[in-house]
Design a protein around this ligand. Structure first.
Ligand SMILES: [Zn+2]
Length: 313
């Protein structure tokens, strides 16, 4: 069941409100104060209204105001209704999580690879998937550590950012393409000094980079000894080893790895790969986390929920 998207409707209403307010304000000013003819006043006011909506859209798309906006909106949109499921990312209860339908998009995904995946797993407000709620729960159990650490977050997602904002924990965000982050960093050539980070989050990024081994060695290099790497990536429970093809076309990537921008899918030796990269590896045990943040996506033919907690040796 696909539900009504309250966030999108709210966003459109806000833009209409912004346009109307700017239009009326400029119109009244031009027409009644400066006696500019009605037709000219209307055109100038409409132009100012459109410009204000464009600026608003630009701020949300390309700047960190995107996170602040949703943090603010969170206070009065989707009030906690004491339902049975809980999203620790945005701190709200719901009667149920939203139907995903994510994997039905054949231009981006291979639905056959997600045949066993549950779809009713998405938070209605912040769009967190189970993996985000698992990470937020881990973070909730480690607030003291995060408050006293230098934290670097690769490829930040709204749900995780809402958690950090709500808890007042300062993080440095990084991405190669997303303009809303603090730093432009290439995971395979990270422009940061050795041992400079205490805690690094790198979730669902490794399947996108051309050379994942190089990315892991770079992560190992920038984390101080004893520092922590929280990392996750898609795992095919039916594969022993990584399946990858960095030269594959978009169509082949969809067919082979399930998603249009994935170069690979990891296998059951993922833990060993992380250990070989110089980490002491543990998985975040879902059984230790509150049951109301679930259901997880699986048991799936494509596991996106395993989160590794690695200590840099
Ligand atoms: Zn949420």
């Amino acid at each position: 069941m696909r539900k009504f998207d309250k966030n999108a409707v709210f966003n459109i209403c806000l833009k209409i409100l912004l346009f109307s307010f700017v239009f009326l304000f400029i119109y009244i000013l031009l027409w009644s104060v400066f006696n500019i003819p009605v037709a000219v006043s209307s055109v100038i006011s409409a132009g100012a209204g459109i410009l204000s909506v464009l600026i608003f859209s630009f701020l949300l798309r390309y700047t960190k105001y995107y996170y602040s906006y949703y943090s603010f909106v969170s206070a009065f949109l989707f009030k906690d209704n004491e339902g049975e499921v809980y999203c620790p990312c945005c701190d709200k209860h719901f009667r149920q999580f939203r139907d995903n339908r994510y994997y039905d998009d054949k231009k981006r995904f291979n639905p056959a690879m997600f045949s066993k995946a549950r779809q009713d797993v998405i938070c209605d407000f912040c769009r967190s998937a189970p993996r985000h709620r698992i990470i937020a729960s881990w973070a909730g159990q480690n607030i003291g550590l995060l408050r006293s650490s230098r934290v670097l977050l690769f490829a930040p997602e709204l749900s995780i950012m809402l958690w950090f904002k709500r808890h007042g924990i300062k993080v440095t965000t990084a991405d190669l393409f997303d303009r809303r982050t603090d730093l432009r960093l290439d995971l395979t050539d990270i422009a940061l000094p050795d041992g400079s980070e205490d805690v690094v989050f790198c979730n669902h990024v490794l399947e996108h980079v051309p050379d994942y081994s190089l990315a892991l060695s770079e992560l190992h290099r920038i984390i101080r000894k004893g520092g922590i790497l929280i990392i996750s990536f898609p795992i095919d429970p039916g594969a022993d080893d990584v399946r990858e093809d960095t030269k594959a076309s978009v169509e082949e990537r969809i067919r082979l790895f399930g998603q249009h921008d994935h170069f690979r899918v990891f296998g059951m030796n993922s833990r060993k790969i992380l250990e070989d990269a110089g980490f002491e590896v543990d998985t975040v045990n879902v059984a230790d986390l509150p049951a109301d943040i679930l259901p997880v996506t699986g048991p799936a033919d494509y596991d996106t929920d395993t989160v590794f907690c690695c200590v840099r040796k």
